[in-house]
Design a protein. Structure first.
Length: 83
């Protein structure tokens, strides 16, 4: 079975200036953390984690984007075809 994890890419802005940008990964306990702590699971488990996190922490929707990654030889983002 394919394994997935969720990455949150964010940007911090203040007064029209970008302060910083970065990435965090969704963990088993519905928090965000480093890649080593990322929750890995099926596609439906990962999407459900993103949905719970989006409800509990709306800033993860308004202040960044969620990216699904799948495991092959290394972790790669899944292209949604929207770009």
């Amino acid at each position: 079975m394919k394994k997935y994890r969720a990455r949150w890419d964010y940007e911090r802005w203040r007064n029209g200036k970008k302060l910083r940008e970065g990435s965090c990964w969704l963990t088993d306990d519905d928090h965000i953390g480093c890649p080593e702590d990322a929750a890995v699971g099926s596609l439906s488990e990962t999407v459900n984690r993103i949905a719970r996190m989006s409800l509990n922490e709306p800033r993860t929707v308004t202040g960044g984007i969620w990216v699904l990654e799948s495991k092959r030889k290394s972790w790669i983002p899944i292209d949604d075809g929207m770009e």
